[in-house]
Each structure stands twice: as C-alpha cells, then as structure tokens.
Write a protein that binds this ligand. Sequence first.
Ligand code: SF4
Length: 445
Amino acid sequence: MITNNRLTEAQYNQNFSDIHPMFETKDAALVAANKCLFCYDAPCTKACPTSIDIPKFIKQITTENIKGSAHTIFQSNILGAGCGKVCPVEKLCEGSCVYNLMEETPVQIAKLQRYSTEKAIEENWKLFERKPSNGKKVAIVGAGPAGLSCAHVLAREGVEVTIYEKESKGGGLMTYGIAAYKVTPAFCEDEVNYIISIGGIDIKYNQTLGKDFSLDELQKNYDAVYLAFGIGTINKLNIPGEDLDGVEDAIHFIYNIRTNEFKNISVGDRVAVIGMGNTAIDAATQSKRLGAKEVAMVYRRTEAEKTCTQHELDIARLDGCATLWLAAPKEIIGDSGKVKALVCDVMQLGEPDASGRPTPIPTGETFTLEVDMIIKATGQKPYTALVEQIGLENNKGKIILQSDKASTNVKGVFAGGDAINGGKEAVDAVQAGKDGANAILNFIF
Ligand code: SF4
C-alpha cells in the first residue's frame, strides 16, 4: 500500500539528519588538518573539477586562519560549502589523496572544507569585494550551481546580473534534487543568500524561459546571456504498465521530499527503484527512510558497471536496500489501475556498446517482483523542445558549445552545466559557471 505518515516525528528527524556530522571540537578539526602532508603538485587539487588549492586551505586551518581558508575555497568554488556535502569525494579529491597509496584513510578534505565554509556562511564573512558597477548587464537563466557560480564571478567584476529562476528558491538540484540527509533545503537557502550578498545579483523567481520570458527579450535587454537551465524529467521505460498508479519519476519523488514535510510524502510497502546512479540511490535510501518495508534496486548490468559511487551503494546497503543485478524491467502488472508487480528480464552481458560498457542482453528468462511502487531513475532528458525552439545547435537536446567551451552558436548567448553535459556533478557545474563568466567578460569588454 502506498501511504504517508508511516513514522513518528522523531524517527523522521533521525532518518533525515545530516549523514556527515561536523567535527565536534576545534581540536578534532586541527588533528584532521594536521594529517595533510601539503603535497607539492597536490593530486587532490588536480582531481577537483574547480581546482581548489586543497593543501593551502588545510594549511590555513592548521594555523587557525579559518577566514583565509574559506577565502581559498570560495575563490575557486563559491559553492564550496554545498559541494563539501554532496561531492562524490571518494572519486575526486579524497580518492586522489596520497594516503590511499599507503593504504591509509585519506585526509578528510570534504569535512575540513565544510569546517571553514560553513563557519563563513554562519558568520556572514565578507570575503570578496565587488568592483564598482561598470554598467554592463548579463542575464542568467537558472539559479543552480552553474548559474550562481557564473553570477558571482561576474558580480565581482562589477557586472549587473539578473538571474531568472523557474522555481521559488535558488540552488537548482542542490535544493531540489539531492537526498535530504545530505543537504537540507534551509542550508541551500543560506548558501544562495551568502553568494548573492556580494551585491549586483538580482534573482527573479518563478520565471520560466519560453513561458514567462523569451531569449529574444534577454538578448535585447542585456549585453550577454548565460543559459544554465539544467535538464528535465526522467527517461521513459517504454514498457507496458508504465502509466499505472504507483509508478513515479525519481526527480519528482525527490523534489516532493525537498518541498514538503516528510510525514506528507507517500511511499509504498515494497518499492522497486529502476537504475543504479546516484539519483537512484537517493530515491531508494529515502524510500527506506520514509518507512518503506522493502526496497529493491534493479539494474540491467552488474555491480562493476554501476554509475553510482561505491560510497553511495554502501549507504543504500546499510539502509537495507536490496540490489538486483542483471535485471531489466519488462512489464509492470497492475490491479485496479495500481502497481502490483514488476516483471524483469534476466540479462547477460555482451559486447561493449557506444559507452564502452558491455551491452546487457535478455537471456529469455524472467522473474517477477511483488511491489506496490516503482521509482524510475533511468537518466534525465534534456529540454530538447526548448533548445530547438530558441535555435541552439544541439545533440539530442544537449546544447553544443563552441571551441571556447562556453559560447553557443548564437552570438552573445553562452551556456553551461547539465544543459550541455546531460547531468554531471554540482562541482562540474560550478566550474562551467566560472568558464562561462570568463568567456562573457571577454565578450562584453
Ligand atoms: Fe594533503 Fe592528501 Fe592533498 Fe597530499 S593529497 S595535499 S596529503 S589532502
């Protein structure tokens, strides 16, 4: 049965409390920071898409220069606080820390990054001076990581920035698309407010491109436009029964959790989550934490080809979510219009496909899972119709950039983030925003 209010208030609070608690004392942070070897040519910095000078900010913590440390982080990544919570650090900075080569646990880079940046946000430290206004105006579509990062670089240079955001809050997927136990909506709001406190950034909320305003209007009224509107809904499964009651899109499911009280979110007794990326993990773990009795993650390849990180998979397993490898959804069976079961093909792996991963091939055998809710997390679709309508060169809806990796085929229109790459990490979007801002500064001056 799909129902809400399965748990007590205390249980919801416990299940959704921060999965990575902060250092309990200053000494604990100092001990963690002093573990760093301050490597010359630091591999951790090279592994960070925004190239944060990690040994420098950790060194600043060891000398109790927390303001300087936060400045070092924000200079490269203005969303450094949020990224410290949501980055898959085991495949980025921490995964590259030299301690791994010694078979020791790496330096706690993300936790140290949060130590400095959360303090900066809490204390509202003014770490950047905005140059006097130079009369140039730039419009940004989307107040997610790419848009905010672009806006901050431009605002620092004295540009007047207006961000048009379709939701009622900024932060993009940080605010609306990530498990609540990793980053809370309140934290995201504080982070957005901190970023725009530099001045010269006006966010207009509830404004959708193609509905409330057009690209033509932006081109007429601004010196340049940056498009950072992300990607849309989940790909369809294209199997019988997909329209039954109880089939849910993971992005929609997570959005509801982010914008409602936990007790108001409905979840099934037995949930199947289709997919094995980080969004699938967020949907599975949160289903369990909302009180689902059984959650199974269904993936058509093997564990070796999963797209989530091992750390994410470990969270799902610790939450009691089962994993079904080499299983592809074939049909959803209903009863009185509601989901009753999921029939899966048993797969085997064949030759590599275009992505380089082995192609899953049905063996002819099937099995049936008794479920009452199915959550689809099988990759998101770009906004193809919108991109076509505004005349941008694209590859199946993903905007194609020119050789500077920031401008589109339309003069004065730049783009970055998930609308280009089809969905990467928040930290990649932050770097795209910086690249976009630099290309725009070259264009307008
Ligand atoms: Fe410090 Fe590890 Fe980076 Fe070396 S690789 S600078 S030890 S965090």
